[in-house]
Design a protein around this ligand. Sequence first.
Ligand code: AMP
Length: 419
Amino acid sequence: MKFDDYRIADGIKTAISKLGYKKPTDIQYKSIPPILKGEDVLAIAQTGTGKTAAFAIPILHLLQARKVDGRSNGIKCLVMTPTHELALQVESVFKTLGKHTRVETYCIHGGVEQEPQKEKLEDGVDILIVTPGRMFDLLSQGSLKLNRVEILVLDEADHMLDLGFIKDIRDVMHHLPSNRQTLFFSATINEEIKNLAYSLVRNAIRIQISPKDPVAKNIEHSVAFIAMDDKRYFLEGLITNNPDKKMLVFVRTKVRAERVKKAMARVKIETDTIHSDREHADRERTMKNFRSGELKVLIATDVSARGIDIPNVEFVVNYDLPETSAQYVHRVGRTGRGSSKGQAYSFCSEEEKPVLAEIEENLGKPITRLQVSKSEYENTVSATIEVEESKKYDVMALIEEHEAAVEKHKKRKGKKKKK
Ligand code: AMP
């Protein structure tokens, strides 16, 4: 099957061939025909499968065909996504594929001024991509009307539920016509997602793209056993020894992301962070720099990095191990995309060993152990500074320090008495 065989507008075919797509991916092969027929779709597919184009191609075709004159008379398609980054990525796919059509795509999300968004909505938009928060602001102010929506897409529905958007999703349904086409995409499925899906779709075509191997074959996995406080020296070593590699470093929390960035800055290593506490414009700039390769090391939390497609990430570093083996799959899926090779490094502390065992079981193979000698990364001036720094934040270290001091004090007192 080739894209040429589909009954889709020539302008869309031109855009597809300019992108270099030769043939549809599995999810595209299965989704495009039913979406073109106007059916509801319930698809379980991960990022990296080509799922965005799987809904963008037929939606663009349908809206282009329905557009009698050049003007937009209301939003015809609403795409709900969990994060700013994913919203912008989806917008870019629609814009690229719809370049030679008259279909107008626009993306609204929080963290930026509302006025330009309102103006653009007034000018007329056919496809609107949103994150739930800003959409509700504009809906409640009456600047956004969804009563002409014909197609609703929920992208990464599982991630939206993880982020607590269930009520928002349900609420938005009151603003949409009940007679509409609904396309529901999720990377994973459980009872809660099934319930939500079945409450939104009607006689949906079910599509499941289950990768035979959960993780791409061209990724090499290794783990180094490193104490929590020593991880930063090891990261420093890894970056210094691989200055040209594009690395995505995962940490557990936003606070840790900033802390690791500061630690690297002290040893003159440039990194940047991405997490929900950063201003939208900053996040966008950081992503742009990382995509272009100007920024080599990006420190991210799971929430901010999920679902995003970044080309040529060579190393994924699990600075902190993820909480679940499913998250490990999501993280390492950022590297080794297509036919390129990828490396996944995990820094595992004593307390993280149980989750490592779970990850290995899920992968179905052991992860290569890296032999690390502490002296390899400890003998630097920076190390001394870092030890001071890490103690400042580490409550356990402070308690231990305090207890040791009390112990020392007691011993000294004991000695004095003996004298
Ligand atoms: P997605 O799953 O939507 O995040 O897409 C993952 C990547 O696959 C993106 O970089 C797309 O450009 C790419 N892609 C989508 N469809 C195709 C196709 N038919 N052939 C080759 N690459 C594709």
